[in-house]
Design a protein around this ligand. Structure first.
Ligand SMILES: *Cc1c(COP(=O)(O)O)cnc(C)c1O
Length: 402
């Protein structure tokens, strides 16, 4: 095996993100294959007993077991780290494995976290139900409100956690402000960057300490595998995340890593084209529905901040109908092209009703606090011709009485 990129960090670290997405972390076997090889193995053999001992002692570099190292997974980790501008990255079995690991690897009994209120549903479950069982408390704040982050800090606050844009309200959190506030108080800022990926938003450049991913979404981008990743400093990944991961086992399968590697090659194209498509479809909806929320549209209340920290608005928006659940469901059921699906980041256009699907488990009270109303729909705009998407929505809106 030969690393064909990453060998000369001084040169490769200067490449631009779109180049990293195609090239970073490519290792080649003696066959010289262009596309990365897939290593479907759990174990490794050694040339001698002494070599096995040296690998375990850490005095010789090399693989020992695929829970800790696998070439296909490591190629993905190198690529994501380079794209993100991070010193290190560890792939995870899913986005939720990444979020949970990013929290649990650094929080202990008695610690406190501050988190954005509008979060991916299962992240709220972890904060509300899992962490308290281990004596870890969380204050949930309106992530848009900079003063609320500051007011929530306690002596034992260790972590800030948020996503931006937030799911499904599309709230924007000020990454640079929150990260600087965290730094001033010795708090680690963790950003869930699944909606954007490094193609559209680079939280580490804005001062965040850790970026956690659902690679399931825009990174794979084609609705095929579950995957996650955590990026940060070498120290954070090696001293905090790795011991947690090695011993608890939320490791990514090599096949899934390989699929995500293929997805990343087209990430830049997809992220910008889907953002453009979302603007086109969003502009149509602006004339037909009472409210549409997309960071790339000037009608978003935080459009300026969004455009300061994002390269484009992204593939996802939410819109609200006055007729509540009944009208929202009528619209979904009248669609011919766009799928009813809770997934996002796919090349296919997908739409869902958050309050009865992704945010069902948050409960009515939680949804109300987050602003997830019954008439809200969330759409992922894919790579289809936008005229076909607009015609499909137009027909369905008419049938739903709009
Ligand atoms: C999907 C998603 C997750 C969880 O990812 P899985 O791969 O489904 O576990 C976490 N955060 C956000 C913002 C997501 O969209």
């Amino acid at each position: 095996m030969k690393r064909t990129t990453g060998q000369n960090r001084a040169i490769t670290s200067q490449w631009r993100p779109a180049t990293h997405a195609v090239r970073a972390g490519t290792w080649r076997t003696e066959q010289g294959e262009t596309s990365e090889a897939l290593f479907l193995n759990s174990g490794y053999s050694y040339e001698s007993a002494a070599q096995a001992a040296a690998r375990f002692a850490g005095t010789e570099a090399g693989m020992t077991y695929s829970r800790t190292q696998n070439p296909s997974v490591q190629m993905l980790e190198e690529r994501i780290a380079m794209m993100e501008g991070a010193e290190a990255c560890r792939a995870q079995a899913s986005g939720m494995a990444a979020m949970t690991a990013a929290m649990l690897c650094q929080l202990s009994q008695g610690d406190h976290m501050v988190a954005g209120r509008a979060l991916f549903g299962p992240c709220r479950w972890v904060i509300d139900n899992l962490l308290p069982r281990f004596g870890i408390t969380t204050t949930v704040v309106d992530a848009r409100d900079n003063a609320a982050w500051e007011a929530a800090i306690r002596k034992n606050t260790k972590v800030f956690f948020f996503e931006t844009p937030a799911n499904p309200t599309m709230d924007i959190a000020d990454i640079a402000f929150i990260s600087a506030l965290g730094k001033a108080h010795g708090i680690t800022t963790v950003v869930d960057n699944a909606f954007c990926t490094s193609a559209l938003q680079r939280p580490l450049d804005l001062g965040a300490d850790v970026v956690a991913y659902a690679a399931t979404k825009l990174m794979d981008g084609q609705g095929r595998v579950l995957a996650g990743a955590v990026c940060g400093s070498k120290e954070f990944i090696e001293d905090k995340l790795l011991p947690f991961q090695r011993n608890t086992g939320p490791t990514l399968a090599p096949f899934s890593a390989w699929v995500v590697l293929k997805g990343l090659e087209t990430l830049d194209l997809r992220a910008f084209r889907q953002s453009e498509n979302a603007i086109r479809v969003g502009r149509f909806l602006e004339g037909r529905v009472p409210r549409i929320i997309h960071p790339g549209l000037p009608s978003h209340p935080q459009h300026d901040l969004a455009m300061k920290q994002m390269a484009a608005g992204g593939a996802i928006f939410s819109f609200v109908l006055d007729g509540g659940r009944e009208q929202a469901w009528a619209l979904l059921d009248a669609l011919e092209l766009i799928d009813i699906s809770n997934n996002i980041g796919d090349t296919r256009s997908l739409i869902c009703h958050p309050s009865t699907t992704t945010h069902h488990s948050v409960g009515a009270e939680g949804r109300e606090a987050m602003g997830v109303v019954e008439g809200m729909l969330r759409m992922n705009v894919g790579l289809e011709d936008t005229d076909d998407l607009i015609e499909d929505l137009d027909r369905a809106l008419t049938r739903a009485g709009l």
